[in-house]
Design a protein around this ligand. Structure first.
Ligand code: C2E
Ligand code: MG
Ligand code: MG
Length: 714
């Protein structure tokens, strides 16, 4: 039995420990005899090379063959240099195990030349670092990816310290804000933030500091190097306690474009795109605000000026929408100059503007502004080479200082009253202002009441029971005084109010659109009367002259869709000859309904229906309409016939109209002829036809028939 000495035991133990250590760290050691190039390997060396100690005897040249081909030459050179010159080396290379598996190794070597020749040897270690290398490579890869993300990504990444001093900025800073990272590092971020956002920054910074690891998101505006402001959505996370970061990490996304769109949307919601004035919504908002302010401060006051351009439609129709739009724009600028900057000038739409004057002291102040507006708008506008004259009608509401309850509690009522006052200004001559008062209030109420009654009456008429009826007034030949036709005139027998004349309810019907169903009823009823008369002629075997029936058509009817189709239908249903029918249109109806009216007139003409221009001389008095529109007949307004006898001017005008008409092959009817003198004068001037109390007031269907028979049989 072999007894180990104590030393032997210790040695064995340390050899075993060394083996274990080598196995754990994958380090093997080697030695090369420089004379024979034979190698001496530790166990771990065999494991690293994947060969067995039993079958493999290591030798330097043979070992080299285990290297991957690319590494063989240079590794051998390193070894040889060390063999000959001595000294240490450290290299990494790859070996290929017999199984084909490639391992990465770290080799440390040394050659000791300061020994006798027989002892010359090289020695060193080889560590299998394959796993380590893989992890390192993966880490490096990751790091590269993150860097690429941060440096090329859309967001700006920055790291601040607890005081907001910037310690890191990703290169994308340059792209969004124009700064190189170095220009801002070391500076507090607050230096670059817009004044409006300082408070937000401060509050959010406190929140970030108070809650580590919790992302906090907020918006901010950062100054671009060029001076503009860029908006960012920032998310900050407090990683001050994270040793690798040690700061607050911010991720900032540029949202300038989104902000601009939002701003645009907000602007669109509150401002009129054409004039850039406040729109209706913004006006109402401010008005509401003032109403509630007045509730709390009854001693305060405000004024509302409701403004509508006079004859804007004429500009639009004659010069085109483009010029119309430009005019509105210019009007807006002038209005702004008439008021204080604290007042709100708004456009409700179309040619309606409203000025809200806040803190008005008295009525005189509101009136002086209205005066100034009227005065300033009276100066011509220069639009695309056109000199345009315009004016406005203004309705004023003043909510004066009161001690008791305020007059208005709702913005819409203020506007409604200002509108009513404007309406009054319009109907009493335009280019003026009117202050809302009790009378206008009563009138507006009455108007409202009338509107309701009219709606009911029109409904009833459509169902067959009607409060409306037609009268007819004959039109006669001035020379023979024979009846050449009738004009149908509508009447309204209102059960409570009695007989209401058309001048009182036709404008309301036009405004409300009720004229469309009412007009249809009138058209059908008139044609029915005409057909009955024609049938009477046949049954009584009267040698019927071709008398015609004239029906008044409002502009609104003409510009509605399919007017001519409706007309054709009624003609067909009643079997009337279209040549027996005339439609009467006023100048203003033509002007205000533009191209659509013109088109409808041409269609009516195609049907064979003739067209009369009613009340000629009262509206726009532009003789050019006679050329532009297809007119067969012209009715001189009764105001001219009135002046015919007493006043030379009246005579001249009527004479001129008649001459012009005859040169255009247009027939002329004089309206409102009441005296023989008028009749004679008109005949002298060459006017063919007349209509008026001189021959007959408007009379009902039966009376009209009797008159017709009388006239025919004379
Ligand atoms: P208009 O079409 O110019 O009709 C002529 C108006 O002058 C009628 O008034 C008639 O009664 C009146 N008149 C006729 N001769 C004389 C006269 O010698 N002296 C005086 N002072 N007046 C005379 P009316 O019936 O009150 O109609 C007023 C207006 O209402 C009409 O003016 C017309 O614009 C409109 N209107 C009447 N009926 C209708 C209708 O069925 N549809 C439409 N859209 N409008 C109608
Ligand atoms: Mg008429
Ligand atoms: Mg007339």
């Amino acid at each position: 039995m072999h007894i180990y000495s104590e030393q032997e035991t210790a040695l064995k133990k340390s050899v075993a420990l060394l083996k274990e250590a080598q196995q754990l760290t994958h380090i093997g050691n080697w030695e090369i005899d420089l004379d024979t190039e034979a190698c001496l390997w530790s166990d771990e060396m065999y494991r690293i090379f994947g060969v067995s100690r039993k079958t493999y005897s290591p030798h330097f040249q043979k070992t080299l063959e285990h290297l991957v081909p690319e590494d063989r030459t240079w590794v051998e050179e390193v070894f040889q240099r060390s063999f000959h010159e001595g000294g240490n080396f450290q290299i990494y290379f790859r070996i290929e195990r017999p199984s084909g598996e490639v391992r990465e190794v770290h080799c440390i070597g040394n050659t000791d030349l300061n020994v006798p020749d027989v002892m010359r040897r090289a020695f060193g270690t080889i560590q299998d670092v394959t796993e380590q290398k893989r992890t390192q490579d993966a880490l490096r890869d990751n790091e590269r990816k993150f860097r690429a993300l941060i440096e090329n990504g859309g967001d700006i990444i920055s790291i601040h310290d607890a005081d907001g001093v910037m310690n890191y900025q990703s290169p994308s800073l340059k792209r969004w804000l124009g700064y190189e990272a170095e220009e801002v590092l070391g500076l507090p971020v607050g230096k670059f933030i817009h004044a409006d956002y300082q408070e937000i920054l401060h509050i959010n910074y406190q929140a970030i500091l108070a809650h580590p690891h919790t992302p906090v998101t907020f918006e901010t505006a950062f100054r671009h190097k060029e001076g503009s402001w860029e908006y960012f959505e920032c998310t900050g996370t407090n990683l001050l306690d994270d040793p690798t970061i040690g700061g607050i990490v911010f991720n900032a996304r540029n949202i300038t474009e989104r902000k601009q769109v939002e701003e645009q949307l907000r602007h669109n919601a509150l401002f009129d795109p054409l004039t850039s004035l406040s729109n209706r919504a913004r006006l109402l908002d401010h008005l509401e605000h003032h109403l509630s302010f007045k509730l709390r401060h009854p001693e305060s006051s405000y004024a509302v000026l409701f403004l509508d351009l006079d004859r804007f439609k004429v500009v639009n129709d004659s010069l085109g929408h483009h010029v119309g739009d430009l005019l509105l724009h210019h009007v807006a600028r002038r209005l702004e100059q008439c008021v204080r900057t604290s007042d709100i000038v708004s456009r409700l739409g179309g040619d309606e503007f409203v000025v809200l004057m806040t803190d008005t002291h008295d009525l005189a102040e509101a009136i002086s502004v209205a005066d100034r507006i009227l005065h300033d708008l009276a100066r011509p506008f220069e639009v695309e080479g056109h000199e345009i004259f315009t004016s406005a009608s203004i309705g004023v509401v003043l909510d004066e200082p009161v001690t008791s309850t305020p007059r208005y509690t709702n913005a819409l009522s203020v506007l409604r009253d200002a509108d009513a006052a404007m309406y009054r200004a319009k109907s009493s001559g335009k280019s003026r202002y009117e202050i809302f008062n009790e009378e206008i209030h009563a009138e507006a109420l009455a108007q409202h009441h009338l509107e309701n009654m009219l709606r009911k009456a029109v409904n009833l008429a459509q169902k067959g029971t009607t409060e409306f009826f037609l009268l007819h007034q004959p039109i006669v030949s001035l020379q023979t005084e024979r009846i050449v036709g009738f004009e149908s005139l509508v009447r309204w027998q209102q059960p409570e109010r009695g007989l209401i004349p058309p001048n009182d309810f036709i404008p309301v019907a036009e405004e409300t659109g009720l004229i469309l169903p009412l007009g249809n009823w009138i058209l059908a009823e008139a044609c029915q009367h005409m057909r009955d008369w024609k049938l009477n002629c046949q049954s009584e075997e009267l040698e019927c002259l071709d008398f015609t029936l004239s029906i008044n058509i409002s502009g609104r009817q003409l510009s509605a869709d399919h007017f001519a189709v409706q007309l054709a239908t009624v003609l067909q249903e009643t079997g009337l000859d279209p040549a027996a029918l005339k439609i009467e249109i006023t100048e203003s109806a033509l002007v205000e309904n533009g191209e659509k009216a013109l088109l409808a007139l041409h269609e009516c003409r195609k049907l064979g229906v003739k067209i009369s221009l009613d009340d000629f001389g009262t509206g726009y008095s532009s003789l050019s309409y006679l050329h532009r529109f297809p007119i067969d007949l012209l009715k001189i307004d009764r105001s001219f016939i009135n002046r015919l006898v007493q006043d030379a001017d009246g005579l001249a005008i009527v004479s001129a109209i008649i001459n012009l008409a005859s040169s255009l092959n247009i027939e002329v009817v004089a309206e409102g002829v009441e005296t023989r003198e008028q009749q004679e004068r008109l005949t002298e001037l060459g006017c063919q036809y007349g209509q008026g109390y001189l021959w007959s007031r408007p009379i009902d269907k039966e009376a009209s028939w009797a008159l017709l028979v009388d006239s025919l049989c004379r």
